[in-house]
Design a protein around this ligand. Structure first.
Ligand code: TLP
Length: 350
């Protein structure tokens, strides 16, 4: 049976050409700072983001977590969105590793506003935790790959700088935001003290993320990366995949976005499904199955039986994600099978 795996863009596997680039990589011991390919990648990212320095890390989670620790002191509070990855999917690491508490504010499409953040700034009084950091996510995963409006980022950034509070961007999929809007990575990054970017989602590398920021901040991240077991010796093999992805897999993200939009429009036409087409802005598609039909977990199970793999993201919400192994024919196949599953569910043929 044909399988279309839309569970995540993390599923993407290195291509044959990427594997060749990995095999040819010049390597050294990166814990000693001696891996030429990792060094080249870090320099390239520092330049791309307009930051002083960058650090290759093993994962998006590690990138966020070394950043949190490097920005804060134990007992401080970090303002973020209640749907963000740091709050939901990083195993409680902010509390476990940095000793901070998260003040997770509700958002609309993953966006928290300056007004909300302002209201949540803690007064300088010994009763309160002190606000140490603000984190934003762009694109926003749980909101469905939505793009943070640049104007809101600008307002938050200007205010945070006035207050002396650092701003971190979880930019695991900032590539997607940049390709969709034409706003450069450097422009987005300019509003943040630090940014983490991931190579192993839509860009298709097997492993790796990077954190960029001021030199002293990156030096602190380097310390925490070692402490978290993220020093990876001859990691140039992995950095070569990231460099290859930067050269070959960024512009093509537009194809993933077009496929997500085409599937969204098709699903919206199937009775019993709800799709907010305004939120389908990049490579993630979230839609809902109506309560009268079934729950999301059951729908995901039915789709799985037809070879369409995806995740439920709430009682009625289902997520599908696009990446370089998903082609136009997979969009057609997914539409056909989803329509079939819905017809069976509505016809009571279970
Ligand atoms: N997201 C994964 C899951 O963990 C949910 C996915 O399938 O989308 N930031 C954002 C915005 C992410 O979406 C993810 C991964 C990460 C950070 C963490 O990256 P990894 O998995 O490399 O630690």
């Amino acid at each position: 049976m044909k399988t279309v795996d839309l569970r995540s863009d993390t599923i993407s596997r290195p291509t044959a050409d990427m594997r060749q680039a990995m095999a040819a990589a010049v390597v050294g011991d990166d814990v000693f700072g001696e891996d030429p390919t990792i060094n080249a990648l870090q320099e390239r990212i520092a330049e791309l983001t307009g930051k002083e320095a960058a650090l290759f890390v093993t994962s998006g989670t590690q990138g966020n977590q070394v950043s949190l620790n490097a920005h804060t002191r134990p007992g401080q509070e970090v303002i973020c969105n209640s749907d963000c990855h740091i709050f939901n999917y990083e195993s409680g690491a902010a509390a476990m590793l940095s000793g901070v508490q998260l003040n997770a504010l509700p958002g609309t499409n993953g966006v928290i506003t300056l007004e909300q953040i302002r209201l949540n700034l803690r007064p300088a009084d010994d009763h309160y935790p002190q606000t140490g950091l603000i984190c934003l996510e762009n694109t926003h995963n749980r909101a469905g790959g939505t793009i943070y409006p640049l104007e809101e980022i600008r307002r938050i950034s200007a205010w945070a700088r006035e207050q002396g509070i650092s701003l971190h961007l979880d930019g695991a999929r900032l590539w997607n935001a940049s390709v969709a809007t034409g706003i450069s990575i450097a422009e987005y990054a300019a509003y943040f003290d630090s940014v983490s970017l991931c190579f192993s989602k839509g860009l298709g590398a097997p492993v790796g993320s990077v954190v960029a920021g001021p030199r002293d901040f990156i030096a602190r991240c380097h310390f925490y990366r070692k402490a978290y077991g993220g020093g990876i010796r001859q990691g140039g093999i992995l950095a070569a995949a990231a460099l290859y992805a930067l050269d070959h897999h960024v512009a093509r993200l537009a194809e993933d976005h077009a496929r997500a939009k085409r599937l969204a429009a098709g699903l919206a036409a199937i009775p019993g499904l709800r799709v907010d087409l305004n939120t389908v802005q990049t490579n993630i598609l979230i839609f809902e199955v109506e309560e009268s039909v079934c729950g999301a977990a059951e729908m995901v199970g039915r789709l799985g039986e037809e070879g369409i793999l995806c995740f439920d993201f709430g009682p009625q919400r289902i997520r599908m994600v696009f990446y370089l192994e998903i082609g136009d024919e997979d969009v057609d196949y997914t539409l056909e099978k989803t329509a079939l599953v819905m017809a069976r569910l509505k016809g009571g043929k279970r």
